[in-house]
Design a protein around this ligand. Sequence first.
Ligand SMILES: [Zn+2]
Length: 228
Amino acid sequence: MLLSSPSDTTSTSSSITPMIVTHSGQQLISIADISSAASMGVFYVHVEMAILDEFQDFCVLECSGCKQKKRTKDRKDFDCPKCNRKTSLVPRCSFQIDLIDNTATTTASISTELGEKLLSMIAEDIFDITCTKRQSLSLNRVHEMLSTKVFEIHLRKSSWSSSNTTTTTLSILSYMEKQHTPQSATDRTSKKIKPLEISEVEVMATTAAAAPSNAVGKFEPPTPTKKV
Ligand SMILES: [Zn+2]
């Protein structure tokens, strides 16, 4: 299985060019194909999300006028060359999040309301913790929430060139928790659900099989009656 997958991805990446993305039948793409695809644009993926870098700032400061990101953590008023006046800086939630599917892992950026919603925090509080108090965010609850969910994510792949290097970035435009139960039970979705149920049964069966051996182990300690 694992050995055959690399050849699969190389063969599919060549046929990826005529990809159609529609709002009704969103064509999904794997993380491996996103990374290898030369084309820029908007993609849909079904992935798990994880915040692997817990020590990032989770926010940036931007000009309250033009919303341009500033390379500072100092929140004093400044003369914005773009706005051509003195403006204040406001924090904006922004961080790196890792997207994982069964093909690969990649890092994307998530910001503003989307990021705040994911962290259940507002940018002002995030700034206060990570930049003013210089502490790290406590993400235990976020990790826990993310670990059990699969998301449908609308991603934008873009790139820009400076001197000789081209930087490619992925940014999350929207995300939606993927429901385990289909909202509108069509034949197609109900068929897709069936294998999931089987795998859940298998998981339950293995845990059930493991339970008796634990129980036996627990019963053993009181038994050494030979000592008495
Ligand atoms: Zn400005």
